[in-house]
Structures are given as C-alpha cells and as structure tokens.
Design a binder for this molecule. Structure first.
Ligand SMILES: Cc1cc2nc3c(=O)[nH]c(=O)nc-3n(C[C@H](O)[C@H](O)[C@H](O)COP(=O)(O)OP(=O)(O)OC[C@H]3O[C@@H](n4cnc5c(N)ncnc54)[C@H](O)[C@@H]3O)c2cc1C
Length: 417
C-alpha cells in the first residue's frame, strides 16, 4: 500500500480517531487543532457509548410528540423560532426522515457504526492506557410512571429487534442495581449493551497523546482555508504559519465543518442541537455508579471525575447564539423532585452543539465533488462514542480495502458533499 500524507482538521473524538487510524495504516498524518484536543464538543458530552443510541431523535414516534414540543416548553427539545424559520428546509428534511422506511435504514446503519466503535474504543483505550476512564456496566432509563414507561414501548421493540441487551427493573430491582437512586422511579430499563466514560476530555487527550507518542504531528493551528494545490494535493492555510502541503485532507470539525467546507462550495445541511451541562455535588448516601437518563426530566446524569454531570436535552439554535439557562434550570428543578442533587459546582454552564445531518447519519467517506477530500462529520448525539468506528470505516475506504460495515448509508454524496 502506498503511504500518503494526510491533514486531519479538528481534534475532537472523531478527528483524533481518524488520525490514529490513518497512522496505524502507515500514512503520514498531521492533526490540526485550534485549541486543545477534545476541548470542545467531545469534552462536554455525557460520555455514554450505548447500543440503545441507534434510535435517533427523528424516529417515527416524533410525530406524536410534536404538538407538545412545538409549545417550546419541553425539557427534551426547545428551539429558537428565528433559527427554525431560517432552517425550515433542513428541519423539514429532518422530520421527513421520521418515517418507518428511513428509520429502518438509519437504525441499521447506526447500529453497525456503534457496535464497531465500541470494539475499537476498547482497542484504543488499551493502547493509550486509558481503560481506567471507561466503565462497562451499562446505563439506565428511569421512568416516573408506568404510563411513561409504556409510551417508550416502540423504542424497546426496536432495541429488541437488534438484540440490544436490556432489561426492565421494578423499583426494588432498580435499587439493587443503583442503590443511590431514591424511590421516585417505579420502573427503569437497564441497557446492558453500554459503556461510559468518567471524563470524556481525558479520553480524547489520552488518544491524542498516543497519536503523538507514535510519531504523529499535532499542530495547534486554526485552519482558515483549504485550497487545491496546482497539480495534485491540498494546501492547508492556518493563521500565522506557512501553508502546509499534503496529499489528502480529512475534515472532522464537528459543528464547525460547514464554515470551512462552505468556502469550497460544499453546502453542509447541518442542524445544531445545542445542549448544556453543569456539575453537581450529591447529598445522597450512595453515589450513582453509572449514567442514568431521567426521562421525566429529559436529561442525563452521569458520574464524572468532577461531580455528577447533568446534560440537557436539545436546543435548536445557531451555533454561536447566546446561552440560555432555561433548559438547564428546568431539568435541575425536575431532577431535584426525585434525587438529592447537591450544589452546582461550576460557575457557568458548559454549552455545546450536537452536529446533526437531516438523516441523523454522519457523513463518512470521500467527497463526491473534490478529489482527495475526505469527510468525517455530523455525528449528532453519538460522536463521542462513534469516533473510532468512523475512523475504521474511513481508513478502509482510504486504502480501498473491504470495509468493516456498509459504507453506503454514510456516503457524503447523499448530500452532494
Ligand atoms: C450535551 C451533549 C451531550 C452529548 N452526549 C453524548 C454522549 O453521551 N455520547 C456520545 O457519543 N456523544 C454525545 N454527544 C455528542 C458528541 O459530543 C458529538 O457528536 C461529538 O463530540 C462530535 O465530535 P467531533 O470530533 O465531530 O467534534 P468536536 O469535538 O467539536 O471537534 C471539533 C474540533 O475542531 C476544532 N476546530 C474548530 N474549528 C477549527 C479550525 N478552524 N481549525 C482547527 N481546529 C478547529 C475544535 O476546536 C474542536 O476541537 C453529546 C453532545 C452534547 C452537546
């Protein structure tokens, strides 16, 4: 196989994994990051890597929930009306995918990506000596009433169809699995097919350190432009440094991908599903040992090194819109009615954006428009967990080898990218 030089742009979980994978395949890789590896979206997430995440937000049940969501008072989904109006075509495309046939295509594709990613995480965590940052004891969906539990039946049926290991727990069984939970949840579902990280940022940093220790080049540079070199290859232009010439480029800029690719005439139909997190102390006797999704409060509570991280639902808004405390305050109030949440530990909430494409599948593979340009972006709610599988798929496509799973549902060409 011929060795080529690659620039990977963006060192979130997706970019770092792409850099590691290409390096392991014998290519020369420079990783460009304007801040620190894992310093943005890949640091602030809930750290869950679960097969249950094969069900995207735009599943067929969304239609039934829509009237209540449109009131803009739900903790699960809020939106800026101005943003929604500006992005009406993308939102229509997103809603249009909430039908049975596209749902079946997407869940099948995402399951393959998630399953492969969990294996690859174990590999990279072992290589990077970061196993201690991972737990392998599943996660819990908590229900405050039988009615709420019954309303999620179709999601459980989808999980069962894919063989996702999960079991329903009554209040007694729940307390034996997670003694820190009070009596506010008569029913829960324990998704056994799930891992979780105690510090997502440190996981990305450990993987990035492995890349550097293995001889990879990590450049702290804000990439401003990509241009095609005369003849063959690409030039990467960053602030305050000479342009770098490489054979091929991988864009893995998460929510910032549309800006750089727009300069190349590629219009990425990305939606921003923003979210917030805050860390809390715990006034209970027993701490939580694994992440839980409090479905009534529409938020995830995940034990992290810094404290209990509460991550909110979705806020559809511009990437750089001012932060709003409404959703976090609402989730916190709802959680406090059931759990002994302690004081806030951060001076302000973290804000990030889940980068989502209308069919809830990331774009992974060669650009259909520009030779030597590869894309790894649009990982919605699951990019922390699916970076390694993304990279494995990309690496095999780069080397024209058999792919670990079907690449077609992820082809950038479906959006003319
Ligand atoms: C509240 C919340 C909870 C979530 N929970 C989970 C979860 O439990 N599990 C899960 O799997 N996923 C979760 N996600 C989703 C996940 O965090 C994202 O899908 C994932 O982090 C995207 O990774 P990325 O590498 O594509 O992007 P990023 O992590 O954003 O990386 C992009 C990088 O590009 C860099 N960059 C930007 N512009 C430039 C430039 N011009 N030049 C150089 N570098 C640049 C940025 O600094 C950044 O480091 C959650 C997201 C949110 C918001």
């Amino acid at each position: 196989m011929t060795q080529r030089s690659f620039a990977v742009i963006g060192a979130g979980m997706v970019g770092v994994c792409c850099a590691l994978e290409l390096q392991a395949r014998g290519h020369r890789v420079t990783l460009f990051e304007r801040g620190e590896p894992g310093g943005e979206t890949s640091s602030g997430n809930a750290g869950v890597a679960a097969r249950s995440s094969l069900v995207p937000l735009n599943h067929p049940g969304l239609w039934q929930a829509l009237p209540s969501l449109l009131g803009n008072r739900s903790g699960a989904l809020r939106y800026s009306p101005a943003y929604a109006l500006r992005r009406v075509a993308r939102l229509a495309g997103f809603l249009g995918q909430a039908r049975q046939r596209p749902f079946e295509q997407t869940t099948k594709a995402l399951d393959a990506l998630i399953v492969h990613s969990r294996q690859r995480h174990r590999h990279w965590a072992s290589e990077a000596r970061a196993q201690h940052l991972w737990r392998h004891d599943g996660w819990l969906y908590l229900y405050r009433s039988r009615q709420a539990y019954e309303a999620a039946r179709s999601i459980r049926e989808t999980w069962s169809g894919f063989g996702v290991a999960h079991e329903t727990l009554d209040a007694h069984a729940l307390r034996s699995v997670e003694p820190g939970l009070g009596s506010g949840y008569p029913l829960a579902v324990w998704v056994r097919d799930a891992d979780s990280a105690s510090d997502p940022r440190r996981v990305v940093q450990a993987y990035a350190a492995l890349f550097v220790n293995n001889g990879g080049r990590l450049l702290q540079a804000a990439v401003q432009q990509l241009t095609q070199a005369s003849g063959q290859g690409w030039l990467v232009h960053s602030a305050g440094r000479p342009a770098e010439a490489v054979d091929e480029v991988v864009v893995a800029l998460g929510p910032w991908s549309p800006a750089l690719l727009g300069e190349l005439g590629l219009k990425v139909p990305m939606l921003y599903e923003r979210g917030y997190h805050m860390h809390y102390g715990w006034n209970g006797v027993q701490p939580l040992v694994r992440p839980v999704y409090d479905t009534g409060a529409a938020c995830v509570l995940a034990p992290m090194g810094r404290g209990l991280r509460l991550s909110t639902g979705v806020e559809l808004n511009d990437l750089d819109a001012p932060a709003s405390s409404a959703q976090l305050d609402m989730a916190e109030r709802a959680v406090r009615t059931c759990l002994p949440l302690g004081a806030r530990l951060d001076t302000q909430a973290w804000t990030g954006a889940r980068p989502t494409l209308p069919d809830s599948r990331p774009a992974i593979g060669a650009s259909s428009r520009l030779p030597g340009l590869w894309l790894a972006l649009g990982h919605q709610h699951i990019g922390f967990s699916t970076g390694p599988g993304t990279a494995a798929l990309l690496g095999s496509l780069v080397d024209r080898q058999p792919t670990p799973f079907d690449p077609r549902p992820f082809a950038p060409g479906r959006f003319r990218l």
